[in-house]
Design a protein around this ligand. Structure first.
Ligand SMILES: Cc1ncc(COP(=O)(O)O)c(C=O)c1O
Length: 422
């Protein structure tokens, strides 16, 4: 983020935030539902629901037709692209829509893989979700060598020295996460991009987990690709891929012949989920309105998104400090990831734990019965759970906070865990 773009944090208007999300009002067994499952998918504001419903009830059509609803669909998709371009700080024609991040990443890895063969190397990390690992690993079929960078087991941060040592003149792609969807560590993405650039390799950043928590600026990062999923930042179930225009133009997608060769459409195969794209536009509108409520009434959409992020960061930080301190005081609990508050800028408010005598599934079930929605297992961060040797015994219990969570929810969760543990 450039200095001019940096927003001053102002307290989040939490009651307004929560009023936007109708699902937060649910109860489970008479207890208020507490959504701590954001890393698996966040709730959506009413305006996203309305946009999806309104698109289906009025504008439902395919693209490129010579009639009103088709033209309206074309316009709506262009608006959603522009909105996502502001969210990531790029141009509209560098935004590719797809069903989800995994599918988009397989599409791009296959296209990049067409140009590679024996002697070429791709560097991945063992901290990543499998969606930024398996699509690259698949290129071994064509003779490409995959090299995986380790993480530091003590605090589950990426081992940057190991990563740097694996990047050589043979490296063609460096694929890394922005933040871990399990242990919450935020990687030094700008440095990773720089290391890739030094050897002329492409950088492919998985920002799925980071997107609801921190501002993304693909221009400032100068990454070649960055993928995210709108359902993790209060939008519908879809994926978005940023690609530098020249790559989207020069690489060769596998595609059907009648599909245009224009960028970005040549990367969007078949008919997209138009109603969800309408929801993406509404999702970015939500971010803009949240930001404008932070004393940024006259801000541009990008500035308002940054103001929203600044307020979200401050709010999530307070919740995370309390959550981690409270968890560490629970007897028999093992915490995986950064616990030093001085290093909290290097983590998202997503935490994983294990508690002696309870499987992660048993804990998640007991919490679920009390209205707390957490997750258990590996969340597809399979290399991580294997390396930490917890895969055979059920992985971790994951608790993920986002900006609509409250301090009261954190306190209630800690009380429930203390009661369960006994
Ligand atoms: C960090 C991370 N990367 C990638 C993915 C895959 O995203 P999608 O479901 O959009 O394919 C997830 C999903 O949980 C994730 O958390």
């Amino acid at each position: 983020m450039s200095t001019a773009e940096q927003a001053t944090p102002t307290a989040l208007d939490l009651s307004w935030v929560r009023s936007q999300f109708p699902s937060l009002a649910q109860t489970v067994n008479g207890q208020p539902a507490v959504f701590l499952d954001g890393p698996g998918g966040t709730q959506v504001p009413q305006r996203v629901i309305d946009a999806i419903s309104s698109y289906l009830s009025r504008d439902n059509a395919n693209t490129g037709g010579a009639y009103q609803t088709s033209r309206d669909t074309d316009r709506m998709i262009a608006e959603a692209r522009a909105a996502m371009a502001d969210f990531l700080n790029c141009d509209s024609d560098e935004i590719v829509f797809g069903p989800n991040m995994t599918t988009l990443t397989y599409a791009m890895s296959r296209a990049i893989g067409r140009e590679l063969g024996p002697g070429d190397e791709i560097v991945v990390t063992l901290l990543d979700h499998d969606a930024n690992f398996a699509p690259w690993k698949a290129l071994e079929e064509g003779g490409v060598t995959i090299r995986a960078a380790c993480f530091n087991p003590a605090d589950c941060t990426l081992d940057m020295d190991d990563l740097a040592s694996k990047i050589t003149s043979r490296t063609r792609v460096v694929a890394a996460g922005y933040a871990s969807n399990a242990v919450g560590s935020i990687n030094h993405v700008a440095e990773i991009v720089r290391l890739a650039q030094q050897v002329g390799a492409l950088s492919y950043i998985d920002a799925v987990h980071y997107a609801p928590h921190g501002p993304i600026d693909v221009r400032a990062l100068d990454c070649d690709f960055l993928a995210c999923s709108t359902y993790k930042f209060f939008g519908p179930h879809m994926g978005v891929l940023y690609g530098k225009r020249q790559h989207l133009q020069l690489l060769h997608p596998y595609k059907v012949r009648p599909l245009t060769d224009n960028v970005p459409n040549r990367w969007e195969w078949g008919t997209l989920t138009h109603e969800c794209i309408a929801g993406i536009k509404a999702c970015v509108d939500y971010w803009r309105e949240l930001g404008r409520r932070m004393h940024a009434e006259h801000a541009t959409r990008r500035q308002a998104i940054l103001a929203a992020h600044a307020a979200i960061h401050q709010h999530e930080r307070g919740l995370m400090e309390r959550l981690i301190a409270g968890l560490l005081a629970i007897p028999g609990l093992t915490f995986y990831g950064i616990t030093d508050p001085k290093k909290f800028d290097q983590r998202c408010p997503t935490v994983v734990v294990r508690i002696e005598g309870h499987t992660p599934l048993a804990l998640a079930t007991k919490l679920g019965d009390r209205g707390f929605f957490t997750w258990y297992g590996n969340y597809y961060a399979l290399n991580l759970t294997e390396q930490l040797d917890v895969e055979r015994t059920g992985g971790f219990l994951r608790i993920g906070l986002v900006h609509y969570n409250t301090m009261e929810e954190v306190e209630r969760l800690l009380a429930a865990l203390r009661e369960i543990v006994g």
